[in-house]
Write a protein that binds this ligand. Structure first.
Ligand code: PMP
Length: 387
């Protein structure tokens, strides 16, 4: 039996590989999957339950229910000010929104610029479209901010779009205003589309100013802004994201969504709308707690031999430079993460899974309890001492 070339070639991400390996073991401490350890705020759960009980158990509009689109439009009134009827589509997580945006904007053979280290799903998503990935490497010495000149140099006549993600998974980098502006100018000059994945925009620390690519107004006619509820409200399992884009793009994305996922449950959409209006305090509380955990984990990383970290400014990942440690151990970062897991039960993700330039790094997700952070880092320190 022959299956499609596409699915035969598509590989899963190394994040899930590590996660699945850890499932076979006991007494593990997980620093892998990028998801909040918090349960969704109670009022959001209560709202969903009450909507289910009211009998909202039917299909919903493909583009999303009006209540949620209107709540998103109000939430973004000061930046994107989208029209709820035509410029917003609710997606099955930000993941599906990005995929629908790519299917809408690129044809097989087109090139799309991706800044690495990056969330590995972009590679798979580009593969699903038959698009080619043009990599621009962001370096640690520049705080993992991509160099706008390197973005310009990567553009060829085949380049159709760029995917930008700030704050970044896996580096926690927050692209500064000046770099954002220079990138925006390049994109305008070159007629490229931008998919701006800003799903971590609410997780920025130390009052670091945050610049959305949406603040460059002329860019908006070629931009798909992506966000969602997974990280903001600790709603990963609800699978709710959204895209904001010009009406022609949203129209085509919705055609794809109709044929793929069709629509999303009304109660979860009603609950997300409720959260946007009533649960801003809960978001702030979670953000403060991630900031404390970030400080704790960075201090503890400083006590581990052979590794170093520059404090990440956003998201909830520490992208740890383990070049000395991997060298001393004579292992690649993937071998080291596997060995660390088998010897200590601590689950991390090798940096190479986020692009070739991530080799020598390890990603540690700190969206876990302080107790886990302390215990996990203690095990890592003991492990590193052996080399
Ligand atoms: N973008 C980035 C950068 C992510 O890290 C993630 C999740 N890890 C997503 C998008 C997808 O989020 P979701 O589909 O849960 O909304």
């Amino acid at each position: 039996m022959r299956m499609s070339k596409l699915t035969e070639q598509l590989s899963g991400s190394v994040i899930r590989e590590m996660y699945n390996e850890a499932l076979k073991m006991e007494d593990t401490i997980s620093f892998t999957v990028g998801e909040p350890d918090f349960v969704t705020p109670e009022p959001i759960i209560a709202e969903a339950c009450s909507q289910w009980k009211k009998g909202l158990t039917h299909y919903t509009p493909n583009v999303g229910i009006p209540e949620l689109r209107e709540a998103i439009a109000r939430y973004h009134a000061a930046d994107l000010a989208p029209d709820p009827d035509g410029e917003i589509m609710i997606s099955c997580g930000a993941t599906e929104g990005i995929q629908m945006a790519l299917f809408t904007l690129v044809d097989p053979g087109d090139e799309v610029i991706v800044v690495t280290p990056t969330w590995p799903n972009y590679f798979g998503q580009l593969g699903m479209c038959g698009a080619r990935c043009k990599i621009v490497e962001a370096r640690e010495e520049n705080g993992f901010i991509p160099d706008p000149d390197e973005i310009r140099a990567a553009i060829s006549p085949k380049t159709k779009a760029i995917i930008l993600n700030s704050p970044s998974n896996p580096t926690g980098a927050v692209i500064d205003k000046d770099s954002c502006m220079r990138i925006a100018e390049i994109l305008l000059d070159s007629d490229l589309y931008i998919i701006s994945d800003e799903i971590y925009s609410r997780l920025v620390y130390d009052e670091e100013p945050y610049t959305s690519m949406a603040s460059f107004e002329p860019l908006r006619e070629r931009m798909v802004y992506i966000s969602g509820f997974s990280k903001m409200f600790a709603m990963t399992g609800w699978r709710l994201g959204y895209a904001i884009a010009p009406p022609a793009i949203i129209k085509n994305m919705t055609k794809l969504h109709e044929n793929g996922a069709s629509c999303l449950p009304a109660p979860s959409q009603m609950a997300a709308a409720y959260g946007l209006v009533h649960c801003q305090k809960e978001i702030e509380r979670m953000r403060e707690s991630y900031q404390k955990r970030r400080d704790l984990i960075c201090d503890l990383i400083g006590t581990v031999p052979g590794v170093s970290i520059r404090k990440p400014k956003g998201a909830f990942y520490a992208f740890v430079n383990a070049k000395e440690l991997t060298q001393a151990a004579g292992m690649t970062s993937k071998e080291l993460c596997m060995d660390l897991l088998r010897q200590t039960g601590v689950v991390t993700v090798p940096g190479s899974g986020f692009g070739a330039c991530g080799e020598g790094y390890i990603r540690i997700t700190y969206a876990t309890s302080e107790k886990n952070i302390v215990e996990g880092m203690e095990r890592i320190r003991e492990y590193a001492r052996r080399f």
